[in-house]
Design a protein around this ligand. Sequence first.
Ligand code: SF4
Length: 373
Amino acid sequence: MIETVHSRSRISETSIPFSEFRDLEASALDGIVTSIKDRMGPSLKILGHHYQQDEVIRHADLTGDSLKLSQLAGQDQACRAIVFCGVHFMAETADILSRPEVAVYLPDRAAGCSMADMADLDSVETAWSELAVHLDVDQITPVTYINSSAALKSFCGRHGGIVCTSSNARRVLDWAFSRRPRVLFFPDQHLGRNTARAMGVPLESMALWDPHQAMGGNDPATLHDRRVLLWKGHCSVHQMFKPSHLDQFRRLYPDGKVLVHPECMMEVVDAADLVGSTESIIQTIEHAPAGSSWGIGTELHLVNRLASRHPDKTIHFLSPMVCMCATMYRIDPPHLAWCLVNLERGSPVNRIQVDPETANWAKVALDRMLELR
Ligand code: SF4
């Protein structure tokens, strides 16, 4: 995880060290978490992202995707502390959207997002400067997926840009194209490409921007024809699904349907029956008829949870490999208990606080997205 000056997490010198929690029995850890939740009552909200492991999610007051969680927690008037069982950018978003009296904590500060780390502010500012030599950057809208640092959301806020999620990416790109002819989309090339193609933008009108090469690896002369510049980033979890996995599923379940997340590569999305965000995947399975069969291409913990919640349907994880979000998996019961004990005793650990200047501009970009709903 890249930790920048734009967002800091700290451990107080008086905190009880994590080593005192690491080897505790699961039942002892559950008891610690449950009793602190009882004592702190509505002033504490534990948020659990859909990809979180069951041992943690069972303690969550609210579950959902990152934006839904941040918005719900931000509305709760009694809440004073949010413990976000997700990854770093999610805790930053919760800090930006919550009321000033609410403090946000991440139980393990090493819980980052490999995709978010693929686009840092320096690289994006370098790209913007390089683009400015050959194109009018006032005619480019920077669009960042919500899976990005607060610093990048802030960059978008300052440059007339916007944030998107996997469920509203199309609406956001519509908004962007109604204002300016070009988009720089980061950090996930797949969500950008899949969304733009679904809107009718041909592949020839897109370019991949590799931040490790001058001009992103592009010949400046060709950029004039490109409407969508796609940052060369990806989700290490969703990138593991391959078209051959769909073939294997369809051989096993000829009547089954394949449902994948738009962070999957274009070839997988093209071959799927349905594409949707985590919330949309959950809703689709909930409303599917009993006896139906589904091959699902998203994070393993969510797929396993759907399978146990819907025993009347066949839920098949699409890949033969284990595709789980390893960084989110760092938030485990020992870290949750450690975070809560120190929070209750007044020596909090891992508070995530975005500096006011970054938060202000990031909120501008988030608000532009929220106004589109
Ligand atoms: S699943 Fe992928 S995009 Fe989501 S938090 Fe994990 S690494 Fe990041």
